[in-house]
Every structure is written in structure tokens, then in C-alpha cells.
Design a protein around this ligand. Structure first.
Ligand SMILES: C[S@@+](CC[C@H](N)C(=O)[O-])C[C@H]1O[C@@H](n2cnc3c(N)ncnc32)[C@H](O)[C@@H]1O
Length: 255
């Protein structure tokens, strides 16, 4: 579990918020649909739905979601810093009683039965070891209504399909191993079976390109790391893309 007072992955919550915004703007500037827009479109949200964001981070995705649809939203995160930033980002909706935030790790979060219509878990589950992922996936299933859906989004779940993606992946792995924190990225088959074992029917798997920014890759004194970074820097911005996967799982209606 995260230290409740720490930031995430070397980012503070504030600069993660800035990076998240920059990623969306950059995607638009290179004529790419931002991942957030694709996920929102796939979620088919309807007015009045109850939604869980598991690992809400700074709340920037949720803000876009709430600007689109009037839903009731619960955000869970284990970082005090991220919850505080999300409180600021979402203050108008908190004031109107549309959003509540819980400072708790997903492993310890107690799911209410059959409550939510949608669960978003975006680039968060890789923070948990596989056995905890299973427990949390079962909780997601338990807290959704029949016909409810999970949208699970993760990086690095599919093999690289371009030289840039291969370089980006290797840089990310270097960074993770040298600077931490430990993450538990899995491949697509694992994530699919995770949802199936929890009881979900798989409705859709989509891969989505996103811009990959090299600015954060500093401070590792290693010739191989710096060689990879130099090679990656030679690519023009519009070709610095990596793919995320979105897996949409549905809670079956009882027979
Ligand atoms: C990469 S950020 C993603 C934030 C947000 N979902 C988004 O897409 O912008 C990962 C988030 O997961 C949170 N997190 C990490 N481990 C967690 C855990 N065990 N339980 C709950 N949240 C966790 C971090 O604090 C961070 O806010």
C-alpha cells in the first residue's frame, strides 16, 4: 500500500495534474483523440448514474466527466496529497453533494454491494501486487449493479509496435528499477483474465495511442539509459506515442 502521505511515482499530485493536462493538450495538438475522451465515450454515461473512480488522482479526468454528465461520483485514493488536490479540482461538485472523496487504499476500501453503474480504474491497478489486484477486481464486481461496467485502463500491457514505443518502455523500466516505486505492470491477457475471474463479461478491448513525454526522464547517471534517452529524443513530437489499453467489462444480469 502507498504511504498515505506520499505522492505518486516520483510525481507530486500538483505536477501530475499539470502533466495530465499537458498530455491531453499535446494529443489534441498532434490531432490525436486524447485517451480521456475515448474512455468517456466508451463509458456511455447517463444522467444520474453512480460512478466510482478507483485511484482518482488529482481529479482531472473526473472533472471532464462531470462537465459532460450530471452523475454522482465517489473517488477513492490512498494518497492524502492527491485527495487534497482532487478536493480543489472538484470543489464545485463537492459543494453540491455530487462528489465525495475517500482517503483509503483500494486494498482496504470496503465496497458497498450493487451500488455503482460504472467503475473507472485508470492507470492505478498496476500499483497493487497481483494477489491484491484479484481482491480489488472482485470488489469492483461486487459494488457494481447488474449491467454495470468497469473501464480498466493501463499502460505497457501490449508489446511495443514501434521503435519509439520500445525505447519508451525501456526508459520507463529503467526509471522504475532505479528510482522506484515498485509497480506491477501486467500484460493484456493477465488483465483480461483478472476481470473474467472476478465475474465480468469482456465487452471490449481497445488500444489507444497517447503522447509520451520525455521531460521527466532525468537524473539517472547510466550510459545505457542516456543512450536510450538520446535515441528517443530524436523522434519528432507527433511520433512519440505509446499505446494504452482499455478493457471494458460488464456485470452480467442474473439468468
Ligand atoms: C497514475 S495515477 C492515476 C490517477 C487517475 N486515475 C488518472 O488517470 O489521472 C495513480 C493513482 O493511484 C493512486 N494509488 C496508488 N496506489 C493505490 C492504492 N493502493 N489504492 C488507492 N489508490 C492508489 C495514486 O495515489 C494515484 O493517484
Amino acid at each position: 500500500m502507498n504511504d498515505l502521505n506520499s505522492g505518486w511515482g516520483g510525481y507530486t499530485a500538483e505536477n501530475f495534474l499539470v502533466e495530465r493536462r499537458k498530455a491531453n493538450e499535446l494529443a489534441r495538438s498532434i490531432r490525436l483523440t486524447p485517451v480521456d475522451d475515448i474512455v468517456l465515450q466508451k463509458a456511455s454515461l447517463e444522467q444520474g448514474m453512480k460512478v466510482l473512480d478507483a485511484g482518482i488522482g488529482p481529479g482531472i479526468f473526473v472533472k471532464q466527466l462531470l462537465e459532460l454528465r450530471d452523475v454522482e461520483l465517489v473517488g477513492v485514493d490512498s494518497s492524502r496529497e492527491f485527495i487534497e488536490v482532487a478536493q480543489d479540482t472538484l470543489s464545485p461538485w463537492i459543494a453540491r453533494g455530487r462528489v465525495s472523496l475517500e482517503l483509503v487504499s483500494l486494498e482496504e476500501w470496503l465496497p458497498p454491494a450493487s451500488t455503482f453503474h460504472r467503475v473507472f480504474c485508470m492507470t492505478t491497478i498496476h500499483h497493487l501486487p497481483p494477489e491484491e489486484m484479484r481482491k480489488v477486481a472482485a470488489n469492483f464486481f461486487y459494488c457494481l449493479v447488474p449491467g454495470g461496467e468497469i473501464l480498466l485502463v493501463e499502460d505497457w500491457a501490449i508489446p511495443p509496435s514501434s521503435l519509439f514505443e520500445d525505447l519508451a518502455r525501456r526508459l520507463r523500466w529503467y526509471q522504475m528499477e532505479r528510482k522506484g516505486p515498485k509497480e506491477y505492470h501486467q500484460d493484456l491477457e493477465f488483465y483480461k483474465s483478472l476481470l473474467c475471474e472476478a465475474g465480468f463479461l469482456l465487452a471490449e478491448v481497445v488500444s489507444m495511442p497517447r503522447p509520451f513525454q520525455l521531460e521527466g526522464f532525468k537524473g539517472i547517471e547510466d550510459p545505457e539509459f542516456n543512450r536510450l534517452l538520446r535515441l528517443a529524443s530524436e523522434f519528432p513530437t507527433e511520433e512519440r506515442l505509446v499505446r494504452m489499453v482499455l478493457i471494458r467489462g460488464v456485470v452480467p444480469h442474473k439468468q
